[in-house]
Write a protein that binds this ligand. Structure first.
Ligand code: SAM
Length: 276
């Protein structure tokens, strides 16, 4: 049983890794303005301020490290995708970005005053390991914060695509199985995860966010070209089915469109804890 779980987690990691390697530019275009909306709350929860040493885990294009730097922190970004690291370096030439795995950080113990992971945990085969690693690299009294999407009833971008696949396509396709995408959309699960990794005083807050997209196929294209798991689900559908999903998604998106701009509610949770 354990052996099977390890193999699946490794397959899942390889699948995620090759996905992220190929989409840094489209992710930046489609998701950058959305995931950046969480950063202030994340940095506040991790108490990021001038002079502290800060680690941005699963840093992607480096938005969190960049904002921490603006606050005067000394930031390092770590991501397992070489092309994401290159993207981050091109966007923020003054910040240190390195390749590394969130589940086995290539960093010593107790080096950082604060760490954060913005929408990274839902992409990990072993999120528990990443929580333990974040704890390990913090000093005593250091704080860690991570963000996740709220459940799909509330995150309309996800509910539109998942309902369209459920109604018109095949939701159970053969993809390397990872942990449930919305596992940490449950605040008590965030708190349990933080405590199990050794953090104290866990706290979870909800952040209101809006995803602004081009009208028509903006959401469909973002899901197909700028995600990994959801894109895998869409690409596994037959062409005729995918066309139907696109059509249904376009009609749903229309309900959130005003004067040619789509505004989709995409709230997030920010969970944090302190290393004793
Ligand atoms: C949804 S993006 C989030 C990017 C960024 N933090 C942001 O604020 O938009 C997820 C990122 O996690 C990275 N990632 C996924 N699994 C990882 C792992 N095991 N170790 C390090 N990075 C990982 C991906 O390469 C990708 O850049």
């Amino acid at each position: 049983m354990l052996r099977g779980m390890i193999l699946d987690a490794e397959k899942f990691r390889t699948f995620e890794h090759s996905g992220w390697e190929s989409i840094p530019d489209s992710y930046h275009q489609a998701f950058g303005q959305l995931t950046s909306q969480t950063i202030d709350a994340l940095l506040d929860a991790a108490r990021v301020k001038k002079g502290i040493k800060f680690l941005d885990i699963a840093s992607g294009p480096g938005y969190v490290a960049a904002e921490a730097t603006k606050r005067g922190a000394i930031a390092l970004g770590i991501d397992f995708s070489k092309s994401m690291v290159e993207r981050a370096r091109r966007l923020h030439a003054d910040i240190d970005f390195r390749e590394g795995d969130a589940e086995a950080l290539p960093l010593g113990n107790g080096l950082f005053d604060a760490a954060a992971m913005n929408f990274g945990i839902l992409h990990l085969g072993y999120p528990e390991k990443a929580l333990v690693e974040a704890h390990r690299v913090l000093r005593s009294g250091g704080r860690f914060a991570f963000s996740v999407w709220c459940n799909p009833k509330e995150t309309i971008g996800f509910s539109i695509v998942l309902r369209a696949v459920e109604a018109h396509g095949e939701p159970r396709v053969e993809l390397p199985e990872g942990p449930p995408f919305f596992r940490y959309s449950d605040p008590p699960e965030c708190e349990r995860g933080l405590i199990a990794a050794g953090f104290e005083a866990p706290s979870v807050t909800k952040i209101t966010q809006v995803w602004r997209l081009p009208p028509g196929d903006g959401l469909f294209n973002a899901m197909l070209d700028s995600t990994v798991r959801t894109a895998g689900l869409l690409r596994a559908q037959k062409t005729t089915v995918l066309n139907k999903i696109r059509e249904v998604m376009r009609a749903e998106v229309e309900k959130y469109t005003k004067r040619d701009v789509v505004n989709l509610p995409m709230p997030a949770l920010v969970a944090s804890g302190v290393k004793p």
